[in-house]
Design a protein around this ligand. Sequence first.
Ligand SMILES: [Zn+2]
Length: 276
Amino acid sequence: MTPDGIKPFPDLIREFHISPRELFSYLRLKNIIQECRINMREPDHSTPFILKCMGKLPKTKALSLCYNTLLLHNKPSKSSYMSKWESDLGMLIPIERWHYAQRLTKQASHSLNQWETYCKLTMRWYLVPTKLAHIYPGSDDRCWRCHNCEGSLLHIFWSCPHITTLWQEIHTLLYKILGVTVPLTPDCFLLHIFPDTLPGETVVFAIHCLMATKTAIAHRWKFPLSPSLSEILGRLDSTHAYERMASRLTSSQTKYRSRWQVWVDYRKGEPPPQGP
Ligand SMILES: [Zn+2]
C-alpha cells in the first residue's frame, strides 16, 4: 500500500520479485480492499526491522541493524523533574551532567537510604507548602520557618533565610576538610552538579556531607528551627561508622580510606587550612 492507494502490480514485481503468475491473486486482493474501502497506510515510524522485512533495507546485515536500532532508540531525554529544577534555578543542565551526578551519588555510599533521600529531593517528592496548597486550595502556602515567603521546594531546602546560615557553615566546613572550594550554589549543593575541576574522591566526601545536611533538613520537617552544624557533624560520624563497616563486608577498605581519611584527620583536630 502507498499513501495514495494500492501499488501497481509491475511495481510489486520489481520491488519484491513477485511472480507474474500472482496477478490474479493481486487483482482479488485489490478488489476486496476497494470493496471494503480499507484505508491502509504505511506506518509513519517504521522500525528498521519492519523495513528489512518489507525488503527496503537489502544491504543491512543483522548485527548492524541491531546497533543502528539501539542507537536510534536510546537517545536520552530529560525527565519532567529535571526541567522543573532547571526552571527553578534559571539554568540549563545538560542531560549528561544529570546522569553523571546521579551516578556519582549512587556510587558514593553503600547506604540505600542515602540514595533514596537524593532521589526524593531531585524527583521533587516532598510535599512542600506550595504543593499542598495546589492540592488543597486555601491551605497556607508559606514557609513554616520564616512565615514570609512561598514554601517552594527550593525555598525549603535552600533559600529560606533561616537555613542559609547552615549552608554557609557547610561551605566553610567543606573547605576546612577538603582544602577546595565547592561552589555555594543550589545546583551543586542540592543536585550534586559539581564543576569538572573537583577531584573524584573530594566529590565523594562532599556528597556525604551534603546528604547529611539535606537529611537533617528533611528530618526537621515543619519544625521552626533549622538543624545545627553540630547535628550535621554527628550525622557524618554515623555515616562514617556505617561506611567503615560496609567496606569491611565488601573488602573495599582501600577505597574507604581514600575517601574518609580527611574526615578522620579533621575529627582528630588536625590544624585545618584557613577559610575561603
Ligand atoms: Zn522560609
